[in-house]
Design a binder for this molecule. Sequence first.
Ligand code: DX5
Ligand code: ZN
Length: 215
Amino acid sequence: MPIIAPSLLASNFLNLEAECKMLNESQADWFHLDVMDGRFVPNISFGPMLIEFFRKATTKVCDVHLMIEEPEKYTEAFKKAGADNLTVHIEACRNLHRNIQQIKELGMKAGVAINPHTPVESLKDILADIDQVCMMSVNPGFGGQSFIPYTLTKIKELRKMIDERSLNVKIEIDGGVTVANAKSIIDAGADVLVAGNTVFKATDPIATIAQLKAI
Ligand code: DX5
Ligand code: ZN
């Protein structure tokens, strides 16, 4: 069964307590928390302060996706805020290997995110050191965009790379995941589905999460 990681970016920020309660009662596995700095991506969302509140509101895994420049400056802050998984973008890291060691030394799971234009081969030399790859299936920065179909080819390629080396790395797909395309994403080899608008704009979010989980 896939891991379901609803992205709180699409939730109602005037009603966060109720949104967290809903997720806690649902079959969601992770809280996916999108941090944007207005530099790496053309949007600004939230930082460690809000993540501290999410941490207090759930016992589920807090999966923090950093879409920021110089993420190494904030690793400790996100650890203190309560991140379980910390993902940095390959395109934002000059010393990716060092950043990954730093995340792991602090006791978090380490993830590397790649943008739609970044080839899967660029992960080759870091793959054995990480716990998850966040493969962007839209250009990062905004929720509610359409899934880029070529991502399916990239998932298959990454699945092959992981399996050939018997690595224990999860493939997380982020952007434009819907109930309609989720099966093709899982069939291609993904382990984790991030879903923002599909969950939070649904008339019955709990049932929608259950549908994704049952794929
Ligand atoms: C986009 C974020 C995503 C986003 C997904 O930059 O990384 O996590 O919230 O939203 P949907 O599922 O609506 O595409
Ligand atoms: Zn994300």
